[in-house]
Design a protein around this ligand. Sequence first.
Ligand SMILES: [Zn+2]
Length: 295
Amino acid sequence: MMVLPRWRWPRSIPMPISATTTKTSRFRAYAIAKAARNRKSSGALRAIALLVAAFAFLPGGCASTSLAPSVTAQQATIERNDSRAVGSADNAESVGLVDAQSLAPGLQLDIRYAGSDNFVGAPIDGYHAPRCLLLRPAAQALARVERDLRTQGLRLRVFDCYRPMRAVRHFVRWAADLEDQASKPIYYPRLDKRELLGDYIAPTSGHSRGATVDLTLERCDGATCAPLDMGTPFDFFDSRANTDAADVTALQRGNRDRLRAAMQREGFRNYPLEWWHYTLQPEPSPGRYYDVPVR
Ligand SMILES: [Zn+2]
């Protein structure tokens, strides 16, 4: 009987979601499939890897399509993403990114990567200003969410929007530096830093496609606003940050549900492993990653 090789998350593989993201079998499938394609492995090993990848899709629910085409389609998407990344443009406007706050002045900006209040503890490469840039359809949808919430005494506090590819590379460098454990108590108290690279921090992020936003809700009483309790801070590398985590209080669950409902009404889909992470569906530019700085 043939023994299946023990596959580990290939650390050099892009993950098509967030740079800061929790692991999932479905996304392992992308990685396994691509690893098999990249590796100079035998045809038999490649076949086994693709089979493993196909089975990894089972719990994710591709009920209406056959498994093999799903894997093939995802591989094709990854290949397109790799080959169409934007490299030459150097300003946001030229690639269609707009300032979301110009469309929704009520957005509260708390752009963590433009300062030092983040898991790296320093401003992140590519962030020269605390701005929320998004492709216009995503910015417009976010503005509609903001208007809707305002009538309920709520507002949006935004942590991150479009993220340059160079910022993601900065995250990867930080994750590889095991000497720097300064932010462990706040951001990954239950994990060894060695677990972050690959499983939680990947070499590409959906944020670089310009239609993903990280955010939370605030309740306003007159001029005073305070963030709602979501159970974990933003960018908390832990299963408790999963949107439907069981180990949060009913109040925290209710707050997460409220954010999700508001975002879904305008077409944003939550990434189930991070309560703060939303992507407009369908994405305006699903195959294109940007690296223009945020200025
Ligand atoms: Zn995110």
